[in-house]
Structures are given as C-alpha cells and as structure tokens.
Design a protein around this ligand. Sequence first.
Ligand SMILES: Nc1ncnc2c1ncn2[C@@H]1O[C@H](COP(=O)(O)OP(=O)(O)OP(=O)(O)O)[C@@H](O)[C@H]1O
Ligand SMILES: [Mg+2]
Length: 178
Amino acid sequence: MTRRGFTVWLTGLSGAGKTTIAELLEGDLAQRGHVVERLDGDVVRAHLSSGLGFSKADRDQNIDRIGWLASRFTRLGAAVVVSAISPYTEARQRARARVEEYGPFLEVFVDTPLDECARRDVKGLYAQARAGSIPRFTGVSDPYEPPRAPALRIATAGQGPRASAGRVLDLLAARGLL
Ligand SMILES: Nc1ncnc2c1ncn2[C@@H]1O[C@H](COP(=O)(O)OP(=O)(O)OP(=O)(O)O)[C@@H](O)[C@H]1O
Ligand SMILES: [Mg+2]
C-alpha cells in the first residue's frame, strides 16, 4: 500500500526540543509502517548547505533547500519530519507552498521560552551568544518570527519529550495521517 506523504515541520528556538521530538517521531512513525525521512537543520547544514552562514539570505536558502527536499519526499509518500529553527515566516510559507503541491504540511511550533532554552543550553551556544562571541544567534541577537497559526503549539516546559511527541502523533491521527 502506498501511503499519502506529508511533512511535519518543527520550528522553534535553538534548544527548544525540535531534534529530540523529531527523533522520537521518526521511531514512532517507522513503527507504524511509514517510510520516514528526517531532515534536521544541523545535518542539512553539514552536508547540502555546508558553506552557508547565518545571514538572513543564507538562512533562507537553507530553509528553501529543506523545503524543496521535503516536497520531493512528500511526493514519494514519505512521512517527512523537519527539525530546523526556520526563524522567518516567509521562508516557512515557501516551504509550505512547495510541500502542499503533494501532501499536507503541518507546522508545529515547539514553543519553549528563551530563558528555558538558555537554561538547557544543550550546545553551550547561549553562553557564547550572550558573551557576544556568536553574532546573529536566534532569539538573542537575531530574529525569530513565531508562527501565527501553527497546526500545533507545544509548550515543552514542564513536559517530557515523550509527551511532546505524543501531541504530534495525536495531531497526525486527528488528520487521518497515522
Ligand atoms: N518536552 C520536551 N521536548 C523536547 N525536548 C525537551 C523537552 N523537555 C526537555 N527537553 C530537553 O531539551 C533539549 C532540547 O534539545 P534539542 O537538541 O532537541 O533542541 P533543538 O530545538 O533541536 O535545538 P537546535 O535548534 O539548536 O538544534 C534536550 O536536552 C531535551 O532532552
Ligand atoms: Mg536540533
């Protein structure tokens, strides 16, 4: 049976929990028989987008590449899980338009407050950004435009990753995509 492809797009600040939730979803979806493609901002930057920096133009180009890939995999019937800061509304909109040629695009706002992300500081980057050694750090010295009408908003503070991934699964089930 060929399933209908779709893209779940996790957006939020660094340390919000996008990669953590995406990894859980990857396992959950595979277990349910989906072909899963996980596109993580850091991984794409290490390969397809190596050489891009963090100017608005470079961030947009990175997101345009991820959006294009997501649309191609959606076309093939995969469950695509994107985890990328994707700070600009317009770039997320372009990704949506591309994907929706082939299947549903579900924007999920991983809404973790800046202070909580900085407290987690998984990669040690907030400390550096606040010391001024990383210019253009999202939420500190570069913009983050929150989604205005996401399909789902997850407040991760006070909730474990498993519960957060469960909310995305509930959304997919409600849309008939599981
Ligand atoms: N409900 C939750 N969902 C996801 N992660 C959570 C949650 N609660 C706590 N965490 C923790 O928050 C951290 C999130 O880090 P993660 O690398 O997933 O962030 P990220 O959004 O991918 O950041 P980046 O944009 O820098 O890649 C992890 O250490 C994770 O265990
Ligand atoms: Mg990540």
